[in-house]
Design a protein around this ligand. Structure first.
Ligand code: PHE
Length: 345
């Protein structure tokens, strides 16, 4: 290299060598950036060369200037090239290191399952809605009138003792059955009518294997023309066969409820595990008492009906072979898990 300023050109050559060597040693993008700062940065050695051009003579300057620029461009070009290589390498590394192993078992979020009581309520209401029944719900905090009086419980009648409920105010109580909804529904709907009412009920019962102070019922009510016990029996048989299987047999035993006349206790015939048969008491029912219709301004000369009320916890216990009602509310996941996959959802 012929030159007017050997020191500058020597220096330039030195820098080139050093820069190219440093570049080849830069193992990652961070090291490469350090190289860039060292040579091309504001305080970098190539910048320093550019500044030193001012000390040259006017003749020397163009050639030296061109050589410095050339070095600048060369180093810049090499850095860019190296950068692309390193970026590609980094990506390649990430692709191998972070590769998804699709053979690993997934981490599933544990999904909840519907509670058996909800499952049964869904099942029962859907059986009845297929038979044309309306589904209706009503309040749990009730007045004496709707829970008792309109249902033909005279004041101080001993039948009230069967349903000792919680009083929450002067004339307010927690309903002891879903029958209160019979009155609300008939006050708002003209016959003919068919309705089922699922919901919570409360009674002042001590907790044991078959009693809880809070439980669920589904009430049924039908009002039409010339309704008889035969209609009631057919309906309950159809319902219970749907729930427990086509072989299911039922029987009606005389009973008493103030709001039905005649009244019946409905039993279900079940095969026990050891092949024996047993009658299990399932629900209360009867023909709607004329006084109940009168309380709702429905003429009992023209209309008649039947009603029934079924305890859902009781039904669940029979259906699933649950021996202690408290299991339904212990919230033990191992118990509830067993209902996964049951029902429509
Ligand atoms: N309400 C009654 C009970 O809780 C059940 C029932 C409902 C009986 C409708 C007859 C008719 O025991």
């Amino acid at each position: 290299m012929t030159t007017a300023n050997p020191t500058l050109f020597d220096r330039l050559e030195e820098i080139r060598k050093e820069a190219l060597q440093n570049l080849s040693q830069a193992a990652d993008l961070r090291a490469l950036d350090e190289v860039r700062v060292r040579y091309l940065g504001r305080k970098g050695s190539i910048k320093a060369l550019q500044k030193s051009l001012g000390t040259l003579t006017a003749e020397e300057r163009p050639k030296a200037g061109a050589a410095v620029n050339e070095l600048h461009n060369e180093v810049e070009g090499e850095i860019d090239k190296k950068k692309k290589i390193l970026e590609k390498e980094a990506l390649g590394r990430r692709l191998t290191e972070e590769r998804l192993d699709i053979t690993l078992p997934g981490r599933a979020e544990p999904a909840g399952v519907p509670h058996p009581i909800s499952l049964l309520i869904d099942e029962i209401t859907s059986i009845f809605s297929r038979m044309g029944y309306d589904i209706y719900t009503h309040r749990e905090i009730e007045t004496d009138y709707y829970n008792f009086e309109a249902l033909n419980f005279p004041p101080d009648h001993p039948a009230r003792d069967m349903q000792d409920t919680f009083f929450v105010g002067e004339d307010l109580l927690l309903r002891s059955h879903t029958s209160n909804a019979q009155i609300h529904y008939m006050e708002n709907h003209k016959p003919p009518l068919r309705v089922v009412v699922p919901g919570r009920c409360y009674r002042c019962d001590a907790v044991d294997a078959t009693h809880l102070p809070l439980f669920h019922q589904v009430e049924g009510l039908l009002v039409g023309k010339n309704i008889s016990m035969a209609h009631l029996k057919w309906t309950l048989e159809t319902f219970l066969k749907d729930l427990f299987g086509a072989e299911t047999k039922i029987r009606l035993r005389p009973s008493f409820f103030p709001f039905t006349e005649p009244s019946a206790e409905v039993d279900l015939l079940r095969k026990t595990k050891d092949g024996k048969e047993e009658w299990l008491e399932m629900l209360g029912a009867g023909l709607v008492d004329p006084n109940v219709l009168l309380a709702c301004n429905i003429d009992p000369e023209e209309w008649s009906g039947f009603a029934f009320g079924v305890g859902i916890e009781r039904l669940a216990m029979v259906r699933y072979g649950i021996t202690d009602i408290r299991m339904l509310y212990d919230n033990d996941v191992r118990f509830l898990e067993q209902f996964r996959g049951q029902g429509a959802t």
